[in-house]
Write a protein that binds this ligand. Structure first.
Ligand SMILES: Nc1nc2c(c(=O)[nH]1)N(C=O)[C@@H](CNc1ccc(C(=O)N[C@@H](CCC(=O)O)C(=O)O)cc1)CN2
Ligand SMILES: Nc1ncnc2c1ncn2[C@@H]1O[C@H](COP(=O)(O)OP(=O)(O)OP(=O)(O)O)[C@@H](O)[C@H]1O
Length: 180
């Protein structure tokens, strides 16, 4: 089995190549909207590079009346905070080319986390950027529903799972909803 670093490089390249083909949007299906009555606060993210865009899922959450929070990162070592964000609020540039809420925006505990990823497997294990930001957030909010947002080409047979990895509950892709 490839190690995590080699897999990350290979899967980022696959994601870039797929993104260059202008894939269709990832839409909010019935399986996703059924989760919203149980989620007062939904964590979304602003995609960077070839990441899958959770925009339609976040819009469905707003229409349902959910509050939106976005991750705010200060450094690789520090944990991310989920900060409140409204569509009218400006975003500010952060590390890694990220667009983030103002650092003084209030932090809220998410009930559902739309999660970016580099790769996933059929057991819904997730490979991320390698800084452990989402791994640590999942440990901090163990009751939040963890929904991956990904292009279908990011699926691999099996990922090497570390003891701290918490699998996702489901993944939204451009071809549909994946659960265990
Ligand atoms: N859109 C988005 N927001 C996010 C994340 C993410 O993965 N995607 N994060 C997830 O933890 C947190 C930020 N943490 C990050 C940690 C490391 C790198 C990183 O190493 N980036 C590579 C380039 C990756 C690429 O080419 O796709 C780098 O800068 O070398 C990025 C974000 C919170 N916000
Ligand atoms: N619950 C946690 N508490 C503290 N550190 C953690 C926790 N979970 C993971 N880490 C640390 O984060 C680092 C990166 O982990 P890993 O390579 O699994 O990241 P990843 O799967 O790419 O996910 P992420 O998107 O969260 O970065 C590891 O060094 C690990 O020790």
């Amino acid at each position: 089995m490839l190690d995590k670093r080699a897999l990350r490089a290979r899967m980022r390249a696959a994601r870039d190549a797929f993104f260059a083909t202008s894939p269709p949007p990832i839409l909010a299906g019935a399986e996703f909207t059924a989760l919203l009555p149980h989620a007062a606060t939904v964590a979304s993210y602003v995609p960077i590079g070839s990441e899958a865009d959770p925009m339609w899922l976040a819009r469905a959450a707003v229409e349902h009346g959910c509050a939106i929070v976005l991750p705010h990162v200060t450094s690789r070592a520090d944990p991310i905070r989920f900060l409140a964000w409204d569509a009218e609020d400006d975003l500010a540039p952060g590390p890694y080319g990220l667009q983030q809420p103002h650092h003084a925006s209030p932090a809220l505990a998410p009930d559902l986390v739309l999660t970016p990823l580099v790769a996933f497997d059929s057991a819904l294990n997730r490979l991320g950027q390698g800084a452990g930001h989402y791994d640590r957030a999942f440990a901090e909010f163990p009751n939040a529903v963890r929904i991956g947002v990904a292009w279908s080409v990011q699926q691999v047979d099996t990922l090497p799972a570390d003891p701290w990895d918490m699998p996702l509950h489901a993944i939204a892709t451009e071809t549909g909803w994946i659960t265990r």
